[in-house]
Design a protein around this ligand. Structure first.
Ligand code: SF4
Ligand code: SF4
Length: 392
């Protein structure tokens, strides 16, 4: 479990431009790299042929802080396809990220923040934190965010969600459910955080199904309705710390007006943001995934499962932000087992699950490569022979 640290938005420089902008412990961290290559073995962007090699990002920080002249032509590591060894200017006060520089901007923006590199690293190096710090400078100081990400950030600034929808529209798909609003009831056992699933047809189905089952089991639920803003998860991962902090402060102020025991959500990114990003902003909540709540109910005998009828074997994809980031591997699997059909695992599952390509704003920055991460993940699923792929 890990959190991304906030920065002081009044600082003279926002984010990291040069090696000397990193804190001393990050520089020591880069020096600790033993070039084993485990991070690049696990990196989905590297496997897709995108211009990102997490080993080289860490290596570049270590080399640049140590010397004015950097030459890695004889560096004993694989690098991304088509790129030769680099000879260039280093130095603790020179920019790290530049076209043709030690770290090309596309390398930063190809990262899905899946954390497979961090999990694999024997030296406990935090690649994602370094990449986010470098993105913060690109976004906040240079405004150099590629692809469709600037449009999503602009929508977020204008409407408090990345789709540009009015706040009240979040409830559109649920009007017939008569979900109590916290604004009216003031307190509840479970606060259901709808997230972006409320704007997506399949997400809406999952939320509606959860509400139905939770009510069947007698749980008390309420929602924020139009008071719910985006958590700022995407903004933070795209380096827009200013928008993240604005949204986190607004949501925390809203939550302070009400009483609830736990927050439940179907969305792993919401779960991670509220559970891990909000405490440093002053928001301390117990946040659970809906599969954990369903398993609690099943174990307490408050839900009985009727085995599914001839659907064949399931394979389950671990979302990075539920599994690696938050350690929840068990609940979805145990629920599938209660359904009684066969469960088969992909070769990469649990802590080493391959990312689906959807995190860190990567679908918006959309850095090209010869392969696509979602296609690789679907090939992983297909190789199991399972009939059904289950997501969180
Ligand atoms: S977080 Fe994932 S995509 Fe980013 S560098 Fe690490 S392994 Fe690659
Ligand atoms: S896994 Fe860690 S030690 Fe090994 S190459 Fe990557 S950053 Fe260096």
């Amino acid at each position: 479990v890990a959190a991304i640290h906030p920065i002081d938005l009044d600082a003279p420089k926002l984010g990291v431009e040069t090696p000397q902008d990193f804190t001393w412990n990050r520089l020591v961290m880069a020096d600790a790299c033993v070039a084993c290559g485990r991070c690049e073995e696990q990196c989905p962007a590297f496997a897709a042929g995108q211009p990102l090699d997490p080993k080289f990002v860490i290596r570049a920080v270590a080399m640049a802080q140590a010397a004015d002249h950097v030459d890695d032509r004889h560096y004993a590591g694989r690098r991304w396809p088509g790129l030769e060894g680099r000879v260039g200017e280093g130095g603790a006060a020179r920019p790290l990220v530049a076209d043709g520089g030690l770290i090309p901007p596309a390398a930063l923006w190809a990262c899905t923040t899946c954390r497979a590199c961090v999990e694999a690293c024997p030296m406990m190096i935090e690649h994602v934190d370094a990449i986010i710090d470098l993105r913060r400078f690109q976004t906040l100081e240079l405004g150099a965010v590629p692809g469709k990400a600037p449009a999503a950030l602009a929508e977020l600034a204008a409407s408090d969600n990345i789709h540009g929808r009015a706040a009240a529209r979040r409830m559109d798909a649920f009007v017939d459910l008569d979900l109590p609003l916290l604004r009216e009831v003031k307190s509840t056992d479970l606060l259901l955080w709808l997230g972006d699933g409320a704007f997506d047809p399949r997400g809406q189905c999952a939320i509606r199904a959860f509400v139905q089952v939770a009510r069947h089991a007698g749980l008390e639920l309420a929602v924020l309705g139009e008071e719910e803003l985006d958590t700022g998860d995407l903004a933070r991962r795209l380096g827009d710390e200013a928008q993240f902090q604005r949204l986190a402060e607004a949501n925390i102020a809203t939550l302070a007006r009400y009483r609830f025991r736990r927050i439940v959500t179907t969305d792993p990114h919401v779960l991670n943001s509220l559970r891990n990003d909000y405490p440093a902003m002053g928001g301390h909540y117990e946040v659970v995934h809906h599969t954990a709540v369903l398993l609690e109910l099943a174990l307490a005998g408050r839900l009985q499962f009727q085995p599914s009828d001839g659907q064949g074997a399931f394979t389950y994809h671990d979302p990075c932000y539920l599994g690696r980031w938050n350690g929840e591997f068990e609940a979805p699997r145990r629920l599938l087992d209660l359904l009684g059909e066969g469960r088969v695992e992909m070769a990469r599952h649990g802590k080493t699950a391959r990312c689906c390509g959807g995190g860190g704003g990567a679908p918006l920055t959309d850095i090209p490569g010869p392969r696509r991460i979602p296609d690789m993940r679907m090939a992983d699923a297909k190789a199991t022979g399972a009939d059904t792929v289950v997501v969180a």
